[in-house]
Write a protein that binds this ligand. Structure first.
Ligand SMILES: C[S@@+](CC[C@H](N)C(=O)[O-])C[C@H]1O[C@@H](n2cnc3c(N)ncnc32)[C@H](O)[C@@H]1O
Length: 253
């Protein structure tokens, strides 16, 4: 792998960074720092319009985004060009569970799969494909929808039947018209990645507090909100009732 001196890094978890993604960036920042000044091969599966891909490319890394949506990829390409990193961002239309034909096995240092496993037909082959793409020792950043937060949100919004369904359904689904195919508890998400050959090192809650705050509070002292969000992210029970669960895992050597 070539060595370069990346430009100043992507958003760290610092005041001024959006509280909704601060926890994820804090975990990623640590992994990027751990790799020193190496330009990493990053794969973002279901990376959409590049909310993570473009900042990572701006930090000097080479990012391939595989996404099923041509519209999302077109927006990604525009965004990368506007940021001046088009040469470090590759947009590939394709399915997450068919990565084998799109990405060389064991070629990736860091794989992202954010807000995807809850919408695909079958998460197991996608998780397996993430592991296959990673080099031994490579890291995975996986973000999934949390079940407990959805139960609480439906119940406090008066949708008691939907809350009960999400609680009791094996997939954590409110019903056939639910926009998500499944939701996760920390143990279930960890087991999914483990079955794929990924060792989960950390689990954090994302948006544990931000989605619960009245907007006057969320828009008020943003520094305080961000610091509180970071403080609770790793701590059960706050972690477990977060809107999303972030798992940081590594392919076993
Ligand atoms: C909720 S968006 C998340 C986008 C981005 N990862 C983020 O966190 O902002 C889900 C993305 O996954 C993509 N997607 C859904 N199913 C997919 C599949 N089977 N293979 C690849 N991409 C998929 C969608 O096109 C969409 O861009």
């Amino acid at each position: 792998m070539e060595r370069t001196h990346p430009r100043p890094g992507p958003p760290a978890a610092r005041p001024g960074t959006g509280a909704r993604t601060a926890v994820i960036w804090a975990v990623l920042r640590r992994e990027l720092d751990r790799q020193g000044d190496r330009a990493l091969a990053v794969l973002d599966v279901g990376g959409g319009t590049g909310g993570f891909a473009v900042p990572l490319a701006e930090a000097g890394h080479r990012v391939t985004v595989v996404d099923a949506s041509p519209d999302a990829l077109a927006a990604l390409t525009r965004r990368a060009a506007e940021a001046g990193v088009a040469d470090r961002v590759r947009a590939v239309q394709g399915d997450g569970d068919a990565l084998g034909g799109l990405v060389e096995p064991a070629s990736v240092d860091l794989v992202l799969c954010h807000a995807v496993l809850e919408v695909v037909d079958d998460p197991a082959p996608v998780a397996a494909a993430l592991a296959t793409a990673l080099r031994p020792g490579g890291a995975a950043s996986v973000l999934v929808a949390g079940r407990a937060a959805a139960v609480l949100a439906r119940a406090t919004g008066g949708q008691l039947a939907a809350a009960a369904a999400i609680l009791s359904d094996p997939e954590g689904r409110a019903g056939p018209r639910d926009t998500l195919r499944r939701r996760y508890d920390p143990d279930g998400a960890t087991a999914l990645l483990h079955s794929a050959g990924l060792l989960v090192e950390e689990v954090h809650g994302v948006r544990a507090l931000t989605d619960l705050l009245p907007s006057a509070v969320a828009d008020g002292d943003q520094r305080a909100v961000l610091e509180l969000e970071l403080a609770v992210a790793a701590l059960p029970p706050y972690r477990d009732i977060a809107a999303q669960l972030h798992l940081f895992a590594r392919r076993t050597p």
